[in-house]
Design a protein around this ligand. Structure first.
Ligand SMILES: Nc1ncnc2c1ncn2[C@@H]1O[C@H](COP(=O)(O)OP(=O)(O)OP(=O)(O)O)[C@@H](O)[C@H]1O
Ligand SMILES: [Mg+2]
Length: 477
């Protein structure tokens, strides 16, 4: 429910509950109060007063249907006397203020006073005589002689004010107390559902504004507040992601700048050196000049490849290259690879074989072209760092329940154990390889990016002097 609606509903409920609880409490209070103080008579008193009131007004009504002379007759006065006695009331018959008949011992003063009071206000139906309260009713007659006749009926009422005061005070006090408690409850439940989560949200927002994005915002509180929590958490994640990518861009740019100034500088300097050698006449013979130019060209090709690799790596790192995955048969794919490399390897005097240990054909989702870049670099490395007369390279295909594992094993110089963890880092080249300028050290870094882009992983095992095993695991389709 909408918070405002809920707020009103809860307040209304609190009010209603307070009223109901107060009503019940008053009932219980009145019951126990009358029990305790012997006031059960009060209820009867009420009844009696009611009966007296209806009784005297009936007598009055009846009397008015009669002639005033009838009121002076003995039989009527007897019945009147009995009837008012039964009601606990009194009757007085007057003619021109002179008492002709009275059922009670009223003084002349009392009668004067009651005549005065009963003749006035039409809405008033009680009067005080001698400290007692009476209800009254009167039947007035105009006699043919011009005189005034009057039947005055007086019924005493016990004053109940104390009791009503107590009940009234109790009702008001109890209602205020209950209503306050209910309000406290409404406030508490709202503070729990809105104010507390809001406070937490505010401190979360403050944290975010200070750049701290490493915390989760829990969803709590009322519906709207929960939604706000969710939105803020979403915002935090988005912000975190954008900060991550911002850092990544910055890192990448620094990386490109530093690699251009550092790694590309060496081959460019040497190209410059060879060309200056020719210009300055250091290379005198045409053979020497050809040799210098040849070297300069090779270096230029290397610079070109390095720049390509650098750009490729940077794009892969920034997730800027889309993959085109397709379902491919693993064995078929590697048969093609082996066929493509057969000639090159034969020329280098290295044997290349495919060992398929798959029990049944395995298919994986792969970007065939990108993956080819990976295999190419690993096979290039195997040939480049072969260093033995009978170089042997094998591609072995295996599988687990969910993954296909490709191992590319060579029997070359191997990689020292302490260097193994770093060979997938960009620009990392094993100590011994650094003298060999042919290579940028990006090959395996690119391979790692691509394999991870496939959701797979790549790692290496090696025994120095014995050879290297590069493993790739790819998820089966
Ligand atoms: N099969 C291997 N045998 C021995 N050492 C290897 C082998 N593969 C990689 N290495 C070592 O790991 C380093 C990193 O390999 P990587 O392919 O990333 O760079 P590179 O071959 O030197 O340069 P690039 O591939 O960019 O031309 C290499 O310099 C080499 O020292
Ligand atoms: Mg390489």
């Amino acid at each position: 429910m909408h918070v405002t609606k809920r707020f009103f509903a809860m307040n209304a409920l609190a009010l209603l509950l307070s009223l109901v609880v107060t009503a019940l409490a008053v009932l219980v209070f009145v019951a126990s109060y009358t029990k305790l103080f012997g006031r059960e008579a009060d209820i009867h008193e009420w009844k009696r007063v009611f009966e007296a009131r209806t009784g005297i007004s009936e007598i009055k009504r009846e009397a008015l249907t009669l002639e005033f002379e009838r009121l002076l007759e003995q039989p009527y006065q007897h019945t009147l006397s009995d009837r008012v006695k039964a009601l606990g009331a009194h009757a007085i018959v007057l003619k021109n203020r002179e008492v002709l008949f009275a059922t009670g011992p009223f003084s002349a003063m009392d009668i004067e006073k009651s005549l005065l009071l009963t003749a006035g206000e039409p809405n008033q139906d009680t009067l005080e005589l001698d400290g007692k309260t009476y209800m009254f009713d009167r039947a007035a007659y105009k006699l043919p002689s011009g005189e005034d006749g009057l039947l005055l009926l007086l019924a005493p009422v016990k004053p109940q004010t104390d009791f009503y005061w107590v009940v009234g005070l109790f009702t008001a006090g109890f209602f205020i107390l209950v209503f306050m408690l209910m309000n406290l409850w409404v406030s508490y439940s709202f503070s729990r559902g809105i104010i507390l989560p809001m406070t937490r949200l505010r401190s979360a927002a403050a944290k975010i504004s200070e750049g701290d994005l490493d915390f989760g915002i829990a969803e709590e509180g009322e519906d709207e507040v929960r939604e706000l929590c969710r939105t803020l958490e979403f915002m935090r994640l988005k912000l975190k992601e954008s900060v991550y990518w911002q850092q990544k861009y910055d890192e990448n740019r620094t990386f490109l700048v530093s690699s251009i100034s550092h790694d590309l500088k060496t081959p460019v300097t040497s190209i410059k050196g060879y060309i200056e050698g020719i210009i300055d006449g250091v290379a005198k013979t045409p053979e020497k000049m050809t040799e210098y130019l040849e070297t300069a060209r090779n270096k230029a090709v290397l610079v070109n490849t390095m720049i390509d690799d650098l750009l490729l790596y940077s794009k892969l790192d920034l997730n800027q290259l889309p993959y085109h995955f397709e379902k491919s048969d693993l064995a078929g794919y590697f048969e093609d690879c082996v066929a493509d490399y057969a000639y090159e390897y034969r020329q280098a005097g290295i044997s290349l074989e495919l060992i398929n240990e798959l029990k049944q054909p395995a298919t994986v989702f792969m970007d065939r072209e990108r993956l080819r870049r990976v295999i190419q670099n690993i096979l290039d490395n195997a040939a480049k760092y072969a260093d033995k007369a009978n170089g042997k390279v094998a591609i072995i295909l295996r599988e687990t329940r969910t993954t296909a594992i490709v191992e590319i094993r060579d029997n070359g110089q191997g990689i020292p154990e302490k260097e193994l963890p770093y060979i997938f880092d960009r620009f990392y080249r094993v100590e011994a390889s650094r003298t060999n300028t042919d290579g940028s050290g990006l090959g395996l870094a690119i391979a790692k990016q691509i394999v991870e882009g496939h959701g797979g992983s790549i790692w290496a095992r090696s025994d120095a002097g014995e050879g290297t095993r590069i493993m790739i695991s790819l998820n089966k389709a």
